[in-house]
Design a protein around this ligand. Structure first.
Ligand SMILES: [Zn+2]
Length: 121
């Protein structure tokens, strides 16, 4: 998932964010979105138009919205208190890039659960 590291690097010291698209449990596409948060160094807010377009494309037969990603330029790849506030329990995947790592979590409705993953070429 080098693309996620590239996105995080480009956005630093601000947080990057975007969508994880794919089929089943497999992420095929990493789609960057604008971060519309006011304080982008510590928060992110995915452009709702990008989200809407992705859901629309999914309904038309495109890849599904499997989850979201964002970076923690100065933190660790674990959900922050703010992230937990934004948890909706929709079972989507949250990828967090920090410390040169990408960690995957599932928004389980009862906080975030770590997710095992492997990179498929
Ligand atoms: Zn976060």
């Amino acid at each position: 998932m080098t693309t996620l590291h590239e996105e995080a690097g480009k956005a630093a010291p601000e947080e990057c964010c975007g969508l994880l698209l794919g089929h089943g449990e497999r992420i095929d596409v990493v789609r960057p979105a604008a971060n519309l948060a006011d304080d982008r160094q510590v928060r992110f807010e995915i452009d709702p138009l990008a989200l809407l377009a992705a859901h629309k494309a999914a309904r038309a037969g495109g890849p599904r919205v499997l989850g979201y990603y964002h970076s923690h330029p100065k933190g660790h790849p674990v959900p922050s208190a703010t992230d937990c506030e934004h948890s909706t329990g929709d079972s989507r995947i949250w990828a967090i890039i920090a410390d040169g790592e990408v960690a995957f979590w599932r928004d389980s409705g009862n906080g975030f659960a770590p997710l095992a993953h492997r990179v498929v070429a």
